[in-house]
Ligand binder design. Structure first.
Ligand code: ADP
Length: 895
């Protein structure tokens, strides 16, 4: 059995021996695998064995010599492989070998080693619909079908052209991840929005979604058909297996009826003198006056199996040019302010399986016009208008002559006015500059104000996380609070940055950081937006990255987030790729390339996009954002002495490249999460801590954290009180805020340092960033150590340890096994037979069966909620062992 991995090469598994053999890329051996990201593995009919990679092209593997022959893209050879990222390999019944790449479809002549290419051409509607090919399939009649990330295609071998199918033809979504065929000749297509059955004869699609019992609407590339015709499609939440012949459609043609007629949103009762003289089921004609300017129909299809999925279409002949399609949620049509005349209102509908009653029903609508729309009135109006135009012309000639005389006088006056205006403009400019300054100060103050409540939120989220006995779910919630708070903090910092950039007050802050962890974090954030738009995010390391580097982590993160965010924002289909490489020579050059398959930027605008508030409008794309992102990005890169370049092709995508120097630092990078210790106290005598902050929330965060650890806490709310308290109680440590009323932190330090009794008191500064960096630097230098607000508790604990020279008492970390298994917190454990039933489902791997049991349990009694949450968390990750262990503990009454 052969197993391809994402970055670990190819594996051979010998089942009898239970052993793996690894085949990996070796840059010194041209006969090794060309790349470690292995995607399709394919054995053709001659027994040759092919390995497609994502980034390294195609390999032929000789099983006797265990050597690889590579086929790769060569820009100078038009007959080489078209693109090195391969998603699909397929040999058809004529023995032709097809390769789906992210740069089009290739046909490979294995005898001559030559490739021919089929690519998307925006000007040719008979070219491939998109260059990213994910699936290839030959049906029983010999037709070849190509699924891409931008539509479904039939290939005509004679003319070498493609017929495209997309959402406008009834496909639910244009990302086609897999194709299989049933015995009736229907093709089953897995997409990002359900599974679609395509009838090639009628060229119609019928789509099934999670509401029909599919694992979710989103399918991935894994699919398979067993010999007896059973189909398997894998997706986000497991996979579906089914015999296509057992999926039956309903062919009952539903009758359509009108259920209501309304004027001005009020139902019109059936009566001889109303607009509706007969029952709505029999009515053929409705007569209205021009004053009845708002009328609506309500309709329904009489089909009651799954009526929410019935479809409808209506149109008013004489007004609508085409049918308006609607669904069961909006079974009505409203028209307003129609001109007088005759119209026909038609409705047709379908049952839940898309079988349409094409004939539908119709009603004639007659609207009697008002007198001013009648012919005699119009003739009269035209005569009057012509008469007045002639009169007005004569009048105008005379007026122009008078105006000429007046103009001369006005020119003199205007020259005088202009002079005053210029003087005014100069004053206005000065005022604007003052206002701009005021704005920067306001931004700084505002961000300081916002930080204080955030300090409370982040501080208490961290304190709560330190509590023992939290369930996995509670921890999860706290993590969300913390990461949302941190996100808000970044936004606030960005606003401050903009103010600072304008005031030219940004500085590079250098620290050691874990490069890969930062990149992963950025990718995770980007992924959330990309998934909403069905975009793929690829990440490639072209060279190995150093673990620990030195640079401004926050700015680099902001730069990557901006560029990736734009790539996602301005791409409709396809993918966004981040490629990074690092030169470990003297240059220490990190290069990050952000590539998208989006709308592109016109060549003449490539420089302009970096100007503040510049947004270019491209046809068919709506403007989003503020137009500031690239301005900030470029300023930040310039500040770090890096370069930013961009290349783009309209309609094909853009590539932004950032290059900057980041020196490597030796040592192993540690992740804050990993070093989190559960400190519960300290050894040795009791220490006294004075916490100083003018904000009560900040104070209480510090007190709530430190008091339980066994410190004697004293508080002060301003500088003067701090000095008084320090002299009176001689604390071992002062946690000192910088900006405070009456006396600021720096003055507190200067005063206390003069007192001989306070020589041994250590001072840790705790402060937020401000616009006045120079003044703050004096404060930081004067302190023994410094942490910035909002406070990271782990960091503060480290600093206290260093300053007070104490040894912490640490609670043993829980093992991964026990930490996620939490007790049902006062909730109930279900009876033995339910536990047994869940166990059985686990053994059969029936995770959706488990979900059903959990749902039933919850319906019975909410006290099972905690139990269900725990099981569901494991089930979502397919951790069967964990579920069995947890149930075992429940059975033995240990939870
Ligand atoms: P915005 O907030 O409008 O995204 P930016 O300064 O980040 O502001 O970008 C300026 C303009 O540059 C955008 O409005 C957009 O027209 C264009 N642009 C930026 N990135 C891309 C991209 N990857 N693809 C296409 N157009 C882009």
């Amino acid at each position: 059995m052969w197993v391809g991995t994402e970055n670990g090469g190819l594996n051979k598994f010998e089942r009898e021996r239970g052993q793996f053999t690894h085949y990996q890329h070796n840059s010194n051996d041209p006969h090794s695998l060309s790349h470690n990201f292995v995607w399709p593995i394919y054995e053709d009919r001659t027994g040759d064995f092919w390995i497609g990679t994502f980034g390294g092209g195609l390999n032929k593997f000789d099983r006797d010599t265990e050597q690889f022959v590579r086929y790769q893209h060569n820009p100078n050879d038009p007959h080489s492989l078209g693109n090195n990222s391969i998603a699909k390999l397929y040999e058809d019944s004529l023995g032709e070998f097809w390769i789906g790449t992210t740069g089009g479809l290739d046909k490979f002549d294995r005898a001559t080693g030559q490739f021919s290419h089929y690519q998307h051409n925006p000007d040719d509607p008979h070219s491939l619909s998109s260059d990213i090919v994910a699936s290839i399939y030959e049906d029983q009649s010999g037709s070849l079908w190509i699924g891409t990330l931008g539509g479904f295609n039939k290939f005509d071998r004679k003319t070498e052209t493609f017929t495209r199918y997309g959402t406008k033809d009834g496909l639910p979504n244009e990302v086609i991840t897999g194709i299989l065929e049933d015995a009736q000749g229907n093709l089953w297509l897995s997409t990002f929005k359900g599974l679609s059955k395509f009838n090639p004869q009628t060229e119609t699609f019928k789509t099934y979604t999670s509401s029909d019992g599919l694992q979710s609407d989103r399918f991935s590339v894994g699919h398979y058909q067993s010999k007896d015709g059973k189909m398997f499609f894998g997706g986000d939440r497991g996979f579906n297996a089914f015999y296509p012949q057992e999926i039956k459609d309903n062919d009952y043609i539903p009758p359509i009826v009108l259920t209501d007629f309304q004027l001005f949103n009020e139902s019109v009762p059936v009566s001889a003198d109303s607009a509706v003289p007969k029952s709505l089921t029999e009515i053929e004609e409705i007569e209205l006056s021009y004053q009845d300017s708002v009328f609506s129909f309500e309709f329904s299809a009489l089909h009651y199996s799954d009526p929410e999925t019935n479809q409808y279409a209506y149109m008013l002949e004489g007004f609508d040019k085409d049918w308006n399609y609607t669904n069961a949620k909006r079974r009505f049509a409203t028209y307003t302010n129609l001109d007088g005349g005759e119209y026909v209102f038609r409705v047709k509908g379908s049952n839940s399986d898309g079988v349409w009653n094409e004939e539908g029903i119709s009603v004639k609508i007659i609207i009697n016009p008002p007198f001013w729309q009648t012919l005699w009135f119009r003739t009269l109006t035209v005569t009057l208008v012509l008469g007045s135009v002639f009169g007005a012309f004569n009048l105008r000639v005379r007026t122009i002559q008078t105006q000429r005389r007046q103009l001369k006088i006005q020119v003199n006056e205007r020259t005088k006015e202009l002079k005053t205006a210029k003087e005014k403009a100069e004053t206005a400019k000065e005022e604007a500059e003052i206002a701009n300054q005021a704005k920067s100060v306001f931004l700084a103050n505002m961000s300081h104000e916002l930080r204080t409540p955030l300090n409370g939120i982040l501080g208490y989220a961290q304190i709560l996380k330190r509590q023992a006995n939290l369930s996995g779910r509670q921890k999860n919630h706290l993590n969300i609070i913390q990461s949302s708070g941190e996100h808000l903090l970044t936004l606030i910092n960005d606003i401050l940055d903009l103010g600072k950039i304008e005031a030219q007050k940004v500085e590079v802050e250098v620290n050691n950081f874990n490069l890969l962890a930062m990149i992963r974090h950025v990718l995770n954030i980007t992924k959330i937006n990309a998934e909403e738009k069905d975009l793929f995010i690829h990440y490639k390391e072209r060279t190995p990255l150093p673990e620990l580097v030195r640079g401004d982590e926050r700015k680099l993160k902001q730069i990557l987030l901006n560029l990736l965010g734009n790539a996602v924002k301005y791409t409709k289909h396809g993918s966004v790729t981040l490629q990074v490489s690092y030169q470990e020579d003297d240059s220490n050059l990190l290069s990050c390339q952000i590539e998208d398959t989006g709308i592109g930027i016109p060549a003449e605008k490539l420089e302009k996009i970096f100007d503040p508030f510049t947004q270019i409008s491209v046809e068919g794309a709506s403007i989003q954002g503020t137009g500031l992102g690239l301005t900030i990005t470029r300023e930040l890169i310039a500040l770090m002495k890096g370069t930013l370049s961009v290349e783009s092709k309209m309609g094909q995508g853009s590539v932004f490249t950032v290059e900057l120097r980041l020196p490597v630092v030796s040592g192993v990078a540690t992740n804050v999460e990993e070093i989190e210790r559960h400190v519960i106290g300290y050894k040795g005598e009791r220490k006294r801590v004075l916490a100083v902050d003018d904000n009560i929330t900040n104070l209480s965060v510090l007190v709530s954290l430190l008091e339980p650890l066994g410190f004697d806490l004293i508080m002060a709310e301003n500088g003067q009180e701090a000095v008084r308290q320090a002299v009176a109680s001689k604390p071992d440590l002062i946690l000192l805020d910088f900006i405070m009323p009456l006396m600021d932190g720096l003055d507190v330090i200067r005063t206390t340092r003069r007192s001989p009794e306070l020589q041994h008191t250590r001072i840790i500064g705790v402060s937020a960033t401000t616009l006045d960096e120079a003044h703050k630097r004096d404060f930081v230098v004067a302190c023994d150590d410094f942490v910035s607000k909002p406070v990271k508790i782990e960091l503060l604990i480290d600093k206290i340890e260093q300053q007070l020279q104490i040894e912490w008492l640490v609670k043993k970390p829980e093992t991964a096994e026990t930490s996620t298994v939490s007790s049902p917190e006062g909730g109930k454990v279900p009876p033995g037979e339910i536990l047994g039933a869940i166990e059985q489902k686990v053994e059969r791997g029936d995770f959706s069966g488990i979900e059903k049991i959990l749902k039933d349990l919850l319906n019975k009694d909410v006290d099972y909620a905690a139990f269900c949450d725990n099981i569901r968390e494991f089930a979502n990750r397919y951790e069967d062992e964990r579920i069995l262990k947890y149930i075992d503990l429940c059975k033995r009454g240990q939870l």
